[in-house]
Structures are given as structure tokens and as C-alpha cells.
Design a protein around this ligand. Structure first.
Ligand SMILES: NC(=O)c1ccc[n+]([C@@H]2O[C@H](COP(=O)([O-])OP(=O)(O)OC[C@H]3O[C@@H](n4cnc5c(N)ncnc54)[C@H](O)[C@@H]3O)[C@@H](O)[C@H]2O)c1
Ligand SMILES: O=c1ccn([C@@H]2O[C@H](COP(=O)(O)OP(=O)(O)O[C@H]3O[C@H](CO)[C@H](O)[C@H](O)[C@H]3O)[C@@H](O)[C@H]2O)c(=O)[nH]1
Length: 327
């Protein structure tokens, strides 16, 4: 297929772009490098620098692009609470521009990076796709708004679309991984502390109603996630918007993640207890049964030590290329 990958210089987008190139697809990456790295764009993919709203329509203009994988976004829960404008413009307005570009150029297929954050605080876990959507932060609210916009484009304009609601993505694949200029995600932060790039790790909230008082998340390996994108591209049906949760089905607390990182690295990483981070739900665990049943998705790297080991090997190999700025 001929594919446009937005956000393909970022973490998840660069791994997915690599998997698509390796599978023989013709890939063009559009990225404004706001959080991504130019050198993360895989060899074999074309690169166009710019905002989705400014350059995507040019890439689609010939009318022969088969599908769009839309990763480009602002995606930090805490930041979205402090600067919601960045999220409503950067996510909703940019994605509406992409939908319009696709409509005008007759581009048939979309796979969208939605998120567990669309559900908010769940009534029950594991979370299924029919669970209520009550986002607890602007990030989740903007992703939910985009999901609604996509649904109406499928009905009105015959777009074939799949939203993949990822839970917490981690790990690395073939030399591609998490290397943001400013890092806020738990696993890379803990591993940066193990490397000595940070003095300690803050635990945001120790008073949640969970077994050890810290927040629980479901970590999914980035390569398993990329495989789901390949399946979604094939499965998208004109006029239909399907949604799938993607996780490993097990929840790990912040303390359990830190302990796993200690075991994998053999380093006693220092921690500091801190207040809760605004916008964070207590527990997010996915049911991925729908993706397994309907897409034929088979996650392989589901064990947390495997995910952390891959992230650790990646971050150690970065050397001088490592960004380690604290947020
Ligand atoms: N990482 C996770 O745990 C996770 C979980 C659920 C969903 N997601 C979603 O997956 C997608 C990728 O997340 P990530 O962790 O790889 O983030 P990232 O910040 O590493 O990558 C996002 C990329 O998009 C680019 N970008 C942002 N806005 C753009 C715009 N308007 N035009 C062009 N390029 C733009 C950035 O430069 C960056 O390269 C996001 O949509 C995010 O919401 C991520
Ligand atoms: O230094 C840190 C960093 C994080 N955390 C905690 O660790 C958990 C995971 O936080 P991350 O920042 O790694 O991930 P989030 O759960 O906030 O969000 C991630 O997963 C979501 C889906 O679950 C989103 O889609 C989002 O894009 C993606 O960043 C949270 O309880 C957070 O408070 C800490 O205690 N200390």
C-alpha cells in the first residue's frame, strides 16, 4: 500500500513506520519535529517536515494514497491539564484538517491513535470498548472528540476507519524507541535514573485506592502495537468506524514498574514520593479481546520484564544521542 504516516518521527509512529517499510509498503512520513527526531524516521521512508494541517493535503494530492496512519498529536496527560489550548488546536484542529484533506483527495482508509484516556476513571476493569467515555483530562477529551469526528466522516463520506485505543506503550524495536527531548513517561524516566541521568524518580501519588497506593497501568509493547496497525489497515471497511482497545491485559502499579526496572537493570533506583499528577486516573487496564477476535491480533511481548528489557537495551545503546531533559 501507499501510506501516509503522520507523526512518524515520534516514538510509536517511527516504530510503526519501520514495520510498514519492512513489510514492503511505500511510506511517506509527515512530522513537524515538535517532539520527534528526524533520525527516527526509518530508512526507506520519504520525509516531509511540517504540520499535518499544512502539508498532508499535498502528500495526498495525487489521490493514490491507500491509507493514513495518524499518530501526530500532543499526548501528555499532565501538560494537557495545564495548557488545554495546545491540545484542542494541536489535536482536534490538526486532525480535522487531515480528515478534510482525506475527503477532498478521496483517500479511503484511516487508522487513528486513540487512547485509554478517552475512558477516564472506569467503573470496572478490564475496560471494554463499550465502557463509558468520561475523560479526566483535556488530552483524553480531544482524542474522544476526534473519534466522534471520524465516526461522522465514515457515515457521511464513506471513510474506512479504525481507532486503536492504546493503553501505555513501552519497549523498543530494531533500534527505535522512546527518546523525547523532554521525557515524562514512567518507564524511560526510571531507566534514565538507572543510567544516572536523573537523581531519582518521583512517584506521583501514593494515596490511590490500589494495593500499594500507586496508580496502575497496562503496558503494551510497541512492536505488538505496530502489528495491530498492520492488521487494522487490512481490516478497515468503507463507511464503518471500528474501535479497538490494545493492552496486555495486566495492570502494574508505579511501584511494581520501578521494582521491575530495578530487577532488569540490577540498579537500586532511588525514588521520591510526590503528590498526584493532575488528570491521572487510578487504574487503567485493557480488555483486548475484541482486537484479538476481530483483527486476529496476537500480542507476543506481554510480560513487563520483556518490555522493560527491550527499553533498557535501547536506552543504553543511545549513547550521545540520548535526550534526558526532565519535564
Ligand atoms: N505513548 C503512549 O503510551 C500512547 C498511549 C496511547 C496513545 N498514544 C498516541 O499515540 C500517538 C503517538 O504517541 P507517541 O508516544 O509516539 O508521541 P510522540 O510525541 O513521541 O510522537 C508524536 C509525533 O507527532 C509529531 N507531531 C505532533 N503534532 C504534529 C503536527 N500537528 N503535525 C506534524 N507532526 C506533529 C511530533 O513531532 C512527534 O514526532 C499519539 O497520537 C498519542 O496520543 C500514545
Ligand atoms: O515520573 C513519573 C512519571 C509517571 N508517573 C506515573 O506513572 C503512570 C504512567 O504515567 P505515564 O506518563 O508514563 O503515562 P500516562 O498513563 O500518563 O499516559 C500514557 O498512556 C495513556 C493511555 O493510558 C495515554 O494515551 C498517553 O498518551 C500516554 O502518555 C501515571 O500514574 C503517572 O502519574 C510517575 O509516578 N512518575
Amino acid at each position: 500500500m501507499k501510506l501516509l504516516v503522520t507523526g512518524g518521527a515520534g516514538y510509536v509512529g517511527s516504530v510503526c513506520a519501520r514495520v510498514m517499510v519492512d513489510a514492503g509498503h511505500d511510506v511517506t512520513v509527515v512530522d513537524n519535529l515538535s517532539t520527534g527526531n528526524r533520525d527516527a524516521v526509518p530508512e526507506g521512508a520519504r520525509f516531509v517536515e511540517g504540520d499535518v494541517s499544512a502539508v498532508a493535503e499535498d502528500v495526498l494530492a495525487d489521490g493514490d494514497v491507500d491509507g493514513v496512519l495518524h499518530f501526530a498529536a500532543q499526548s501528555l496527560v499532565g501538560e494537557s491539564v495545564e495548557a488545554p489550548e495546545k491540545y484542542w488546536y494541536g489535536n482536534v484542529v490538526e486532525s480535522l484538517a487531515l480528515l478534510e484533506a482525506m475527503r477532498r483527495t478521496g483517500t479511503p482508509r484511516l487508522v487513528f491513535s486513540s487512547t485509554a484516556a478517552t475512558y477516564g476513571e472506569p467503573d470496572a476493569v478490564p475496560i471494554v470498548e463499550s465502557s463509558p467515555t468520561r475523560p479526566t483530562n483535556p488530552y483524553g477529551a480531544t482524542k474522544l472528540a476526534i473519534d466522534h469526528a471520524i465516526s461522522s466522516y465514515t457515515v457521511a463520506h464513506g471513510l474506512a476507519a479504525i481507532s486503536l485505543r492504546y493503553f501505555n506503550v513501552a519497549g523498543a524495536y530494531a533500534g527505535a524507541g522512546e527518546n523525547r527531548r523532554v521525557e515524562t513517561h514512567l518507564i524511560p524516566i526510571v531507566l534514565q535514573a538507572a543510567l544516572g541521568h536523573r537523581d531519582s524518580v518521583k512517584i506521583f501519588g501514593t494515596d490511590y485506592h490500589t494495593d500499594d497506593g500507586t496508580a496502575v497501568r497496562d503496558y503494551i509493547h510497541v512492536h505488538d502495537l505496530a502489528q495491530a496497525h498492520a492488521l487494522a489497515l487490512e481490516a478497515a471497511v468503507a463507511g464503518r468506524h471500528a474501535l479497538y482497545n490494545l493492552g496486555s491485559g495486566a495492570g502494574f502499579s508505579v511501584r511494581q514498574v520501578i521494582d521491575t526496572c530495578r530487577e532488569v537493570t540490577g540498579i537500586d533506583i532511588p525514588v521520591v514520593e510526590a503528590p498526584r499528577r493532575a488528570g491521572d486516573p487510578a487504574v487503567l487496564i485493557a480488555s483486548s479481546d475484541k482486537a484479538i477476535d476481530e483483527l486476529g491480533w496476537q500480542p507476543v511481548k506481554t510480560a513487563l520484564p520483556t518490555i522493560v528489557t527491550d527499553a533498557w537495551e535501547y536506552i543504553r545503546a543511545l549513547g550521545d544521542r540520548a535526550h534526558s531533559a526532565t519535564a
